[in-house]
Design a protein around this ligand. Sequence first.
Ligand code: ADP
Ligand code: ZN
Length: 525
Amino acid sequence: MAAAPTSALETLHRVFGYDAFRGDQAEIVEHVISGGDALVLMPTGGGKSLCYQIPALVRPGVGVVISPLIALMQDQVDALRNLGVRAGFLNSTQDFGERQRVEEAFVSGDLDVLYLAPERLSVESTVRLLDRGKIALFAIDEAHCVSQWGHDFRPDYLMLSSLHERWPDVPRIALTATATETTHKEISARLNLDGAKHFVASFDRPNIQYRIVGKASPQKQLLELLRTEHKGDAGIVYCLSRASVEKTADFLVQNGIPAVPYHAGLDKRVRAANQSRFLREDGLVVVATIAFGMGIDKPDVRFVAHLDLPKSVEGYYQETGRAGRDGLPSTAWLAYGLQDVVQQRKMIDSSEGDEAHRRRQAAHLNAMLALCETVECRRVQILNYFGQAGQPCGNCDTCLTPPEQWDGTIPAQKLLSTVVRLRNERRQSFGAGQLTDILLGKTTPKVTQFQHETLKVFGIGTELHESEWRAVVRQLLAQGLLAVQGDYGSLVLTEASAEVLSGSRKVMLRREPERPAGARTSRTR
Ligand code: ADP
Ligand code: ZN
């Protein structure tokens, strides 16, 4: 029953109104239409949906799409219906009547595409339902959710390994926009896709300019970016907490920038209204937690800004990938500071889950820190992270303004020996603020209280400014030469610190290029 390749192209023209396939789409579509399994790694905006929608239309039966994005199913189904495609979904948000109508349509073959939440498959009645209809294919969207190594693991996805056993003749296509080599292998193994054809697109998004700046006063830095480079543009600003989402949205509005908040704590209707305003209006900024954006298809997002450090490179790549789907120049901007590192290390230490889980989180954070502190091309770093090669791009901050490297061994030794002394003398550890005050020889109340002005190291670090010391701390943390412990962000040594203290290890640091006035505290020298 294999369809002629022309019918795929014909469907592309007739239903979707597009002239031609992009990239690997044609090959993927053909492969699935002829009954083959496929694993597709393609960046956001690459056009993954058509890879299963067209085979679903061309092959006899209903294309069953497994997706974790329950909140978006209605939108996805509406979009397909607008194109004349018979689409429906089954998830926990429906009442009995709705569900029954969709089930009947499925059994009678009056559907082209059925979206299914993964947890539905653990319900025996759903499995029986699927047995009663004709299935054209299984599409497993956001396939990285099956990977425990990945950043977005969903236990429900583990059940998807049984699809092949239960329906061996139905082709499966798994798709994801984010996969390191490790995740790629894990998806393949867990979903029994080792025999499938793997399509790996380039993860480069050449129109996105990557920039990572030191965090001084993030809201003002953001405002300056928007005023100087993104006037009237639509964009997304990511913050870690709901509180900072609200504050930042207020701040932008007060400064004349149309902005709305989006986070899981908002009333459902407000959230939906803000999201649809963002999709429909020009030049609206949405300030959001990472709850926002999965599956959102707005082509002209001109910038994605992060005011807090993402937890992984995968997350960063996925979030920044929402910029510039239309291929036009766009900015991915991240402000990152010492406090981010301290806070995230604390979160990992206090997180639930086993030791292996914490180790994975720490590895994700370390990779993110390495990206922040690199002196090399950001794009090359990102591509390498996803196991792909690249050339310095000329379109990221490190390419445009190469940061200097400097030999920070002596400052590192001064800082680490201060940590040693504080621990030895008081059996107590202190955070970056106190360390910096001691190195700079400041007699603050807290310095006096602990008699830190009597330490040998008091005032030995006046060659650097406070902000520079903070950058040293941050980079030592990133390089694993210093660690954070306890609830108060106390700094402690690591095994590797000894090599620096003994002089057997050199420490190279990154000097941030000068930012425009106001972006960071100025520096002499
Ligand atoms: P992904 O799921 O990979 O992020 P989508 O499937 O949402 O990407 O596609 C991104 C955008 O590109 C959508 O607006 C889609 O309609 C458009 N698109 C995809 N394939 C083509 C094509 N062959 N020709 C024109 N536009 C396309
Ligand atoms: Zn570059």
